[in-house]
Design a protein. Sequence first.
Length: 385
Amino acid sequence: MPDRSFLHWPFFDDRHRDLAQRLEAWCAKNLPADHHDVDAACRELVIMLGRGGWLKPTAIDTDNPAPLDVRTLCLTRETLARHDGLADFAFAMQGLGTGAISLFGSDEHKKWLAKTRRGEAISAFALSEPRSGSDVANMDMTATRDGGDYVLNGEKTWISNGGIADLYVVFARTGEAPGARGISCFLAPADTKELEIAERLEVIAPHPLARLVFNEARLPASAMIGKPGDGFKIAMSVLDVFRSTVGAAALGFARRALDESVARASERKLFGAPLAEMQMVQGHIADMALDVDAAALLVYRAAWTKDMGAVRVTREAAMAKLFATDKAQEVIDKAVQLHGGDGVRRGHIVESLYREIRALRIYEGASDVQKVVIARQVLSEFRQA
Ligand SMILES: Cc1cc2nc3c(=O)[nH]c(=O)nc-3n(C[C@H](O)[C@H](O)[C@H](O)COP(=O)(O)OP(=O)(O)OC[C@H]3O[C@@H](n4cnc5c(N)ncnc54)[C@H](O)[C@@H]3O)c2cc1C
């Protein structure tokens, strides 16, 4: 049984504790999904999560608008990740893909949200390009005004849900100013003419991923989310909400690795005694438990700060993502070690956690980039003092 004591921390309300309990029961009954066909599995997971009502927190309810609750997003990601990485992915992308619409969309754009919250439409967030992953402000893709339309040209790559999404939130250079101030954000339905899924990408923990090509793809001016030149600000605001949730997913993977290791060390007998009685093994278990709790404190601190009305949580979210993902990697590596040969055996839960965690230290801002972000914040606070 995973440790639930953190749910009593002051970061949470009773509704969060209730959600965690109900979702745990749902996961135990419905997960893990069959991942044999990853596209089909993802589509099915979105439908299942939608029917269960679990996707509602991923986007605002237009009938009853309230800010996105980051603690709910984090708790849901942590719980899903502990049971099934692909279920966490399916949930997370519904939020990341529609974040710009929830925060900045027009009433017309927001019509999509009822569908994504019910699991009837799948969303994607298309920011990265072959030449600009970390260096987002340097993007090449253009959107040129032509009468009542914008014409999009360029490529997006590493796009999660690419190939199965119904809508893409796309960022392109509109040229109001150089660099970050000349980018705008658009809503492109998947059936947009001249939007092509040019390549499907395979990674170590399979999930739907693609390179997209826009070749004179025409969108009405009303497809723009926010104002011309606001795209970079919109992307950063979306990441400000969702970055801590990447830490929460890592926390879920790490917690699962710890649970599996505790069970294994307690059951496995070596040299006449359970593995858990060896002090060096206890040292590993202690390090893992410490990293899990410290990561949880940073993740839920960031989520709580955002939910309490902070306009931006750049520093808190960067710390949560950096620490939780890097430490989860270490925790899972220790779990592999404690499982011996089984730890690297294809299909073993610990082996899949080892593959699942890696990309989280790269996407939504690589670990090195998070360090730069944290240092900048700390230094600017010193200069302002
Ligand atoms: C599985 C997966 C899913 C993804 N999903 C999406 C998605 O849905 N939508 C989307 O838009 N993108 C997505 N991405 C893209 C992801 O955001 C980029 O891969 C990431 O931003 C890194 O960009 P890059 O791959 O071009 O690496 P680069 O930008 O070339 O960076 C390579 C490395 O250089 C180092 N580095 C970079 N900048 C700095 C710096 N300032 N200081 C110090 N070191 C630095 C880091 O170690 C970094 O990992 C996904 C990526 C993966 C792997």
